[in-house]
Write a protein of this length. Structure first.
Length: 440
């Protein structure tokens, strides 16, 4: 029996049951329960006087903003707060609620972001914004549930960034470029690396979206802070942030000298440096014995040449498999957006575990293709990727020392690149890009 045909039949009965309104309500209640539990634990730590991870930093930064103090201050050789100024301004307002109120607000926002990420992933995967298969909601969230939990546990905004990026992709499909560019700008104002997407916008000739991104960034970085910090001080804050964060050397990346090349960083930069140079791969913990996992001991310049070469190869591969404008459809666009997210995860200099909640979209598309009988090819790459990710659960430090999460992401990138190439070959006849309703 053809496995690609068997997959929909296997899920057929369950699919019909889950699609009924009562079952959908049950799924929603399960989501609410999971989000409530994830939200309650950071609050429980607060009330019990436990470790608050980044929540404490967000509150302290907010208090500094309210007091008119400097935000980017070197302490122990690094900045305490490493995010762009608009993010600090948000924490200033949120800190008025008190530390417990700030935590409650952030976990509530994270829960909304989780719901929106699941919804937008399903919408992109199916090409239909009204009716989606429940499995396309459930499976992706389950496969990245560890990374979702990390965003709650640590207080990180990467799930919010994912929701903004996916909403931007939906806006691009609906030809609302101003909205799309503005959403990516908001993501970049929270955590800088989503700005990489402007290269894609320019290549795809989304001129309005690219211009919107730039204008929105200027407004967020300089105009928005001016009433609170003054224009000159806002400019100085931007200069200090840029000087501190946009640097890369043998010692580390930005303001993460002790963590840049350790097992926690699963980016191309982090994995390449610890596998090809003799650097301590566990420098973030102290006291400890240095850990080395390098297969070679190359010069820093040689490692950088390899990093640039791999990044260029991935970028060229991405461009090579993109369909021409007239051949684009909802199906190919979803895979194209997936490749963009995977590429961003790999080439951003710092990519810690919680970043990989972004795998929700790839897994949503893989699930949809399996259910539609088109997923046999992607499974050849997706299953080994899942196996690598599972190693991180069994051997959390040992597997990540050797870049299991990075290589899993790379396998997904290769698999979806072949999948997009196949879509392009199947649609040799030019077809106009349509809206979700017609393209789906």
């Amino acid at each position: 029996m053809n496995k690609s045909i068997a997959a929909p039949n296997t899920f057929g009965t369950l699919d019909k049951r889950l699609n009924s309104p009562p079952r959908l309500r049950v799924l929603l209640l399960i989501f609410i329960a999971a989000a409530t539990v994830f939200s309650a634990l950071p609050l429980l730590h607060y009330f019990r006087g436990g470790h608050l991870f980044d929540y404490k930093l967000w509150y302290d930064t907010g208090q500094q903003v309210l007091a008119g103090q400097e935000i980017f201050v070197f302490r122990s050789g690094k900045y305490d707060f490493m995010y762009p100024l608009p993010c600090a301004l948000f924490f200033g307002g949120a800190s008025l609620l008190g530390q417990g109120g700030l935590i409650f607000l952030l976990v509530a926002i994270n829960s909304v972001a989780w719901f929106c990420s699941a919804k937008f992933s399903a919408t992109l995967a199916t090409g239909d914004r009204r009716v989606t298969n429940p499995w396309v909601y459930v499976v992706p969230s389950l496969l990245v549930i560890v990374y979702i939990w990390s965003t709650y546990h640590l207080g990180q905004p990467n799930l919010v960034l994912l929701a903004l990026m996916l909403c931007a992709f939906v806006a691009l499909r609906a030809e609302r470029e101003i909205i799309a560019g503005s959403l990516i700008a908001v993501a970049a104002a929270i955590k800088a690396f989503p700005v990489i997407a402007i290269v894609y916008l320019l290549y795809r000739r989304y001129w309005t979206a690219a211009a919107s991104l730039v204008v929105a960034l200027v407004l967020l970085l300089l105009i928005l802070p001016a009433p609170f910090r003054g224009f000159e001080r806002a400019w100085r804050d931007l200069e200090k942030w840029s000087a501190g964060m946009l640097k890369y050397s043998e010692a580390g990346v930005g303001q993460r000298p002790k963590r840049s090349y350790t097992w926690k960083n699963q980016s191309l930069v982090g994995v390449s440096n610890r596998l090809l140079r003799r650097v301590d791969a566990d420098a973030g913990s102290a006291p400890h014995q240095p850990v080395y996992v390098n297969f070679a001991d190359l010069k820093f310049s040689a490692v950088n040449a390899i990093i640039i070469g791999i990044a260029l190869a991935l970028g060229i591969a991405f461009i090579a498999v993109m369909p021409q404008r007239g051949m684009r459809m909802a199906e190919s666009d979803a895979i194209e957006f997936t490749l963009l997210l995977l590429l961003m995860l790999m080439i951003t200099p710092l990519s810690f575990g919680y970043f990989f909640c972004w795998l929700m979209l790839p897994f949503a598309i893989a699930t949809q293709r399996v259910l539609a009988g088109k997923g046999s090819a992607i499974l050849w790459w997706g299953l080994p990727a899942l196996a690598l990710l599972a190693l991180g659960l069994i051997f959390p430090r040992g597997a990540q020392l050797y870049g299991n999460t990075f290589f899993a992401t790379l396998l997904l990138f290769i698999g979806f690149a072949f999948e997009l190439l196949r879509c392009k070959k199947e649609r040799r006849q030019p077809q106009l890009v349509g809206n979700f309703g017609s393209a789906g």
